[in-house]
Design a binder for this molecule. Structure first.
Ligand SMILES: [Zn+2]
Length: 477
């Protein structure tokens, strides 16, 4: 591999720096570091070099599949039927129609029969934007044999007939569906899109991962299809991918625990699950989007005791006083500023007034001493970390209203939410000699970029020393 040297860069606020990469690491930094014969030269012309961004919580398989799905996030209830019919007409006869991001009264009013009246001539499945619910039409129910499924998540009417609603049955659904419709090209284009945002690592937070899933993801990394590093949440009692299969870029993450309000465990029951993970020397990542979930999680973590790397995912509603509880527990909160932009108007409509100021906090958690990091939760939230940073500073919804405006942070803090390490998202990585060459190269000095955070600021991304350019970079024009 030819060595790479970055010149005329800003590093840690110092202009005029050179940065030499070798063996996947940063090997030298300083004003005296310049090109040697045969080296590839990246001339940043004053642009900043910062650590690559890490998306601390997303669902890769779903995100890649979502690229071929009908997005319903911004479809008004009255337009839902027309959007689905149009999408069906554009697809081959009889093929599956998959839609995602549904919500609101138009979707909630639908069951299998209602969906049949919209699209009845092909199997259809629609995912609620929470990710917890799929709605199937009759053709889909028949094709998959859902009537014979025994899982409690299959909602049935009084006569025992499936209503079309499947709760938390992602794995069951995936196993029953025809061969995966995603190709290696789909994976590659998702990876490239993330790299264009400066993303050098992903934490995949999908629960109940089995070893086959981990091995397949590691193979995609080994083959260079996925370029980013992967940190895979894996059940405590499973091996996960061995690092040797992933070019040293795949690591094992926390044990994910999903909580669901209708089936919320007691604090003691949850503490037992957490304790089991800790006995396997694994941290936990507890999904908490409601106040009830946060309260039981905090209770259980206090009972079980902490383990380095324990996390709360989302912390969507944090009641008064709980920031300090979380600080005392030593957990890191992984939040999604992008939800404010994408769903904030729905929160303002649907969340009780007294809870509005408790939504997706950031500033108050940090003030209380809680480590906070950010993520997209793609495909359930938008992938672009720069748009999410901007939202973290403004707390603005799509319509321009604000949600919990007091939770806004400055742009440097918002950026830092993406600069933590995979294992400890609150511990910041740095551009330093000996550190991995996972870098985001910007078009301008950092202070200038942060005045208006945007993905347009990303000029190139470096992952383990490999340069992935958003546009050609180089001294020659
Ligand atoms: Zn998630």
């Amino acid at each position: 591999m030819t060595a790479v040297v970055i010149v005329a860069a800003e590093v840690d606020g110092r202009p005029g720096q050179g940065v030499r990469l070798g063996d996947g690491k940063v090997v030298a930094i300083g004003p005296e570091v310049g090109p040697s014969p045969g080296e590839t030269v990246l001339d940043l012309r004053g642009g900043a070099v910062i650590p690559g961004l890490h998306d601390h919580h997303l669902h890769l398989r779903s995100a890649v599949a979502a690229a071929g799905s009908v997005p319903l996030n911004h479809v008004a209830s009255d337009d839902l039927a027309a959007v689905l019919r149009t999408a069906a007409d554009e697809r081959p006869a009889g093929s599956w129609l998959r839609a995602i991001g549904a919500g609101g009264r138009g979707f909630e009013a639908l069951d299998r029969d209602g969906l049949d009246r919209v699209v009845g001539n092909r199997p259809v499945r629609i995912q609620h934007r929470s990710g917890a619910l799929w709605l199937l039409n009759s053709a889909a129910i028949d094709e998959l044999g859902v009537a014979g499924w025994t899982e409690a998540g299959v909602e049935r009417d009084a006569a025992g007939r499936p209503t079309g609603r499947l709760w938390r049955l992602d794995d069951r659904l995936r196993a029953a569906l025809p061969a995966p419709s995603t190709t290696r090209a789909d994976w590659r284009s998702f990876s490239d899109r993330a790299a264009a945002f400066g993303i050098t690592g992903f934490t995949d937070a999908t629960p109940d991962r089995d070893d086959d899933d981990a091995a397949e993801l590691a193979a995609l990394v080994a083959d260079g299809v996925i370029r980013q590093r992967l940190h895979l949440m894996t059940p405590a009692d499973r091996a996960g991918a061995s690092d040797s299969t992933g070019r040293g870029r795949v690591t094992r993450g926390a044990h994910k625990i999903l909580l669901d309000d209708p089936r919320l465990p007691s604090g003691d029951q949850l503490a037992a699950v957490i304790d089991t993970a800790h006995r396997h020397r694994r941290p936990v990542a507890v999904h908490c989007v409601t106040a009830d979930q946060l309260v039981v999680a905090a209770d259980a973590l206090a009972t079980a005791g902490g383990f380095p790397g324990d996390r709360i995912e989302h912390a969507g509603v944090v009641p008064p006083g709980y920031a300090h509880v979380l600080a005392d527990l030593g957990v890191t909160v992984v939040t999604q500023p992008g939800f404010i932009a994408a769903r904030g108007d729905a929160y303002r409509r649907d969340v009780p007034a007294e809870e509005q100021s408790w939504l997706y906090p950031c500033a108050s958690l940090r003030a209380a001493g809680v480590g906070v990091a950010a993520s997209s939760d793609a495909p359930f939230g938008p992938l672009d970390p720069w748009a999410a940073m901007a939202t973290a500073t403004t707390r603005r919804t799509a319509s321009g209203a604000t949600v919990a405006a007091g939770e806004a942070v400055d742009a440097m803090t918002a950026l830092a939410l993406y600069l933590g390490s995979a294992e400890n998202p609150a511990r910041l990585r740095t551009v330093a000699v000996g550190e991995p060459a996972d870098l985001c190269l910007l078009r301008a000095p950092l202070a200038e970029v942060l005045r208006d955070p945007s993905a347009r600021a990303v000029r190139a991304t470096v992952i383990a020393g490999d340069v992935i350019a958003a546009e050609p970079v180089g001294g020659a024009r």
